[in-house]
Every structure is written in structure tokens, then in C-alpha cells.
Design a protein around this ligand. Structure first.
Ligand SMILES: *Cc1c(COP(=O)(O)O)cnc(C)c1O
Length: 449
């Protein structure tokens, strides 16, 4: 099939995730046909620096034969076996071991799933099981945050705080949402430090309002990813820690994006010095080469679930899929052997921070922020008042299209442009990324004038 035939068949038969079908029908999909290193190529041969690592997952880029070989060899040895009913496989044991080693202290057990959404559903099941076994079944409410993303199953979407999603399904009734720590969007006249404390105190207020004896857990991404790379003010996590220390409430950190090196540390919890009781992972664990997710379970929680006995009636057919586990092992080996995360921390992230901050001088950029290898640009019509161009956030969509034209994949979340490039990026590729983003901004300014 040629390009237009592919697009037509795509329209006729494929329902895409998070897509306006009407728009798609008009424009046609971009057909991606190849990838190498940090670049992807479409069917017209247009090569683009992938500033989003696929969908935050291909952290090592697209050319790691070690991972595809590991999958292939496993598929030829034992392509599938489950881990239900007292069975196990060698890859699943080896990956569980490796995960216990690389994740923060105290997280020594893993429950495997096929995705991040499933892993957050698993968290809901574990949280309930834990408090029931502890004899505190009244602890039921899970607190999350507005504009959080925790996946798209009913559990994941209920935990998530995106209003556009909530309009389209019925949320679980035991999940509550508090304010997000989004200083640029909601901080008003407060300093980032003041605002960070205030946003963390919102957790305390919610706990008091519900009654601590009713609250089971608090879930949060270390930095909101899909919500717009919202890096909380430095005061936020220390204050949340203070709040949580006062109450007997589980902390779930959703590390689906920030796990495996994105911040320059192995996990966001390491970066912020937090000690989660449960920790969700997916995406980069296999470098995007095979679907795999899971939740790391702390000794505190695992001991209760293991010791009290009785069947935990939960699991997925593909929990601990052997080929997925081999992909995970190969990925972790590369991260370790090539000191990829250390290189991000010591070299690429500081360089990106410097170059990305320069974009903050652009006339339509209200804020340029970055941490590790993520970044965001807030597009504004007026820097002083932070006023946007229009209510429909057309600037973001324009900038994304201009960026693609210049050979850079950036994503638009409303009028916030976001990047999360592969961790293997060289400093020369950081320059390339920033230069292309700059050109996209120039074109956007012209188009919006
Ligand atoms: C992508 C994502 C999920 C969902 O993962 P899926 O594999 O798409 O189900 C959950 N949480 C966060 C923070 C994510 O970014």
C-alpha cells in the first residue's frame, strides 16, 4: 500500500488512542516506518529527532540489538508460561532480583503486569488487601491530584485527574483529588517556594477533612509527565513527606515516566529522597521493546500480604511474561554497564538545563523549565501576565507541527510544549534539539501574530 492507501485503511479500520477521529479523518495519520538511535523516519523519508522517546519509553533509543536479541532468544526457548498457581520462569525471577537491586531501599518485591495502567489497578487491589489484612477495612480512600496521569483503565483513569478524561467515564467513588503543584499555571503572585508548601498542605487539609482513619493512600508522579512536565517547586516533596509522616497512609509513587533514569537518578523517589510503599513502573523498563509494567512493593506491605496468608485473588495472564522479562533484564544491563544514568546526571542534564533555559528568552516563551532529561516551554502571548494566545490552545498545536517540520518531535499539552528525549542523547544532539525548537518557536510566533 502507498501512503494515501495506508492512511485510508487506517481511517477505516483503526481506532487510535487519545485521538479526535474527526481531525484524524481530515489530516491523515503520520506513518512512521523506521527508527535509528534517537531518530525516527516517516513514510516520506522525513527524519526527526525523537524528543519524546516514543511515548516516554525508548530511553535507550531505537537501535539496541541486545534487547531485541534477548526477546528473540526467549521466544525460541520458552515463548510463554504463566506465573499463576505455583509456577514461575527463570527470566521473571532474574528480573525481580534485578529490580530489587536498582529500586530504592525497602522495595524488594515486585508484582508484574502488562502496562502502567494495569500496575495502578494492581496498586488499588494491594492497598485494599493490605488494610483489610491489617484489620482497618475503613481505610478506603485514595488521594490523588488534579491533572495527574495514572493510565486509562477505569482504575488508572479514576486515579488520574484529567478533567477531559473524567467527562467520558464514571470514576471510582473512593478516589479524591487535590490541587497540583503547578506554579506557572496556578501559583499566581506567590513565590514557587510558598506555592510548593501550599500545594503540599492541600494534602493535609484533605486528610483532615476525610478523617485520617478513612485514608488508605496518596498517589503521585514525582513530576507530572503527561500533565505537562510539571516540576514541583523544591519545597513540595519535603512538605508532602512531613504531612505523610504524621499519618498512617501509604505512599504510591507512579514512576512510569521517571523510573529508569529520566531524572539522572534511577527513580524519581531517589531524586526527591522519598520512600514509597508502592512504586509503579512500565514504559522504559523494557525500553519500549515489549509491553511490561509492574509495581514494586515495600517490605512493610509485602510482609503483611505474604504473612497473613490467604489467596491474593489478582493477576494477569501476561504477568511476568518471559520475553518481557528478558527485555527488562537486557535494558537494565545496558543502563548499568554503560553508566547511562550517571552520564545523564553529570553531563547531558546540566547541558540541557543550560541550553533549554536560553529558550526562556524567546518572546513567546513564558517559562522554560527542565530537570534531568525532561523539559517544558510555556507558550504565552504576554510574558508579564502569562496570558495565553487563546482558549483553544492553538499555539501548542501550531508549535508541534512546526517542530515536526523542522525535524523534531515535541509534544503539545495545551500550550505547554514538552520534551523527554532518549537518555543516550549526546551534547551535540542537545544543541540540535534546542536549535530546532527555537526555529519552531519563531515560526509559531509568526503564525500566531
Ligand atoms: C503512561 C503512564 C501510565 C500508563 O501506562 P500504560 O502502559 O499506558 O498503561 C501510568 N502512569 C504514568 C505516570 C504514565 O505516564
Amino acid at each position: 500500500m502507498n501512503k494515501s492507501e495506508l492512511q485510508q485503511h487506517d481511517r477505516e479500520h483503526l481506532l487510535h488512542p487519545f485521538t479526535d477521529f474527526n481531525d484524524l479523518g481530515k489530516q491523515g495519520t503520520r506513518v512512521i516506518t523506521g527508527a535509528e538511535g534517537a531518530y525516527i523516519t516517516d513514510i516520506d523519508g522525513h527524519k526527526m529527532l525523537d524528543g519524546m522517546s516514543g511515548l516516554w519509553c525508548c530511553n535507550l533509543g531505537y537501535s539496541r540489538k541486545e534487547i531485541s536479541d534477548a526477546i528473540y532468544e526467549q521466544l525460541n526457548t520458552l515463548p510463554f508460561y504463566n506465573s499463576f498457581f505455583q509456577c514461575t520462569t527463570v527470566p521473571s525471577i532474574e528480573l525481580a532480583d534485578a529490580l530489587a537491586e536498582v529500586t530504592p531501599e525497602g522495595l524488594n518485591n515486585v508484582f508484574f503486569t502488562g502496562s502502567g495502567s494495569e500496575a495502578n489497578d494492581t496498586n488499588l487491589r494491594i492497598i485494599r488487601r493490605y488494610w483489610d489484612l491489617k484489620g482497618q477495612p475503613e481505610k478506603r480512600v485514595v488521594i490523588s491530584r488534579k491533572n495527574a496521569y495514572h493510565g486509562s483503565t477505569i482504575g488508572g483513569a479514576s486515579l488520574g485527574g484529567m478533567s477531559g478524561m473524567h467527562k467520558q467515564f464514571q470514576s471510582l467513588d473512593y478516589i479524591e483529588h487535590i490541587q497540583q503543584p503547578y506554579w506557572f499555571g496556578e501559583g499566581g503572585d506567590q513565590s514557587p517556594e510558598e506555592f510548593g508548601v501550599q500545594a503540599a498542605r492541600a494534602l493535609d487539609e484533605k486528610i483532615q477533612q476525610l478523617g485520617p482513619e478513612k485514608v488508605a493512600a496518596f498517589i503521585a508522579e514525582p513530576i507530572q509527565g503527561a500533565g505537562g512536565v510539571i516540576i514541583p517547586p523544591e519545597t513540595y516533596w519535603p512538605e508532602v513527606k512531613k504531612v505523610l509522616d504524621q499519618y498512617d497512609i501509604l505512599l504510591v509513587m507512579d514512576e512510569v515516566i521517571f523510573g529508569f533514569g529520566r531524572t539522572g537518578e534511577w527513580f524519581g523517589a531517589d531524586y526527591y529522597g522519598m520512600k514509597p510503599d508502592l512504586m509503579t513502573f512500565a514504559k522504559a523498563v523494557t525500553n519500549g521493546y515489549f509491553p511490561l509494567g509492574g509495581t514494586m512493593v515495600s517490605d512493610r506491605v509485602a510482609e503483611v500480604i505474604k504473612a497473613k496468608g490467604g489467596e491474593f485473588t489478582h493477576g494477569y495472564t501476561y504477568s511476568a511474561h518471559p520475553a518481557a522479562c528478558m527485555a527488562g533484564l537486557a535494558t537494565i544491563n545496558i543502563l548499568r554497564n554503560e553508566k547511562i544514568i550517571e552520564n545523564v546526571r553529570d553531563k547531558t542534564a546540566p547541558y540541557l538545563a543550560k541550553r533549554w533555559a536560553e529558550l526562556g528568552d524567546h518572546p513567546i516563551v513564558g517559562e522554560a523549565r527542565s530537570l534531568g532529561l525532561v523539559g517544558a516551554l510555556e507558550l504565552v502571548k504576554d510574558k508579564g501576565s502569562r496570558a495565553r494566545f487563546d482558549e483553544d490552545c492553538t499555539a501548542g498545536a501550531v508549535c508541534r507541527d512546526m517542530s515536526i517540520k523542522h525535524g523534531l518531535v515535541m509534544r503539545a499539552t495545551g500550550d505547554t510544549m514538552i520534551i523527554a528525549p532518549p537518555l543516550i542523547l549526546t551534547t551535540a544532539q542537545v544543541d540540535e534539539l534546542v536549535d530546532k525548537a527555537h526555529r519552531a518557536l519563531d515560526d509559531t510566533a509568526k503564525a500566531m501574530a
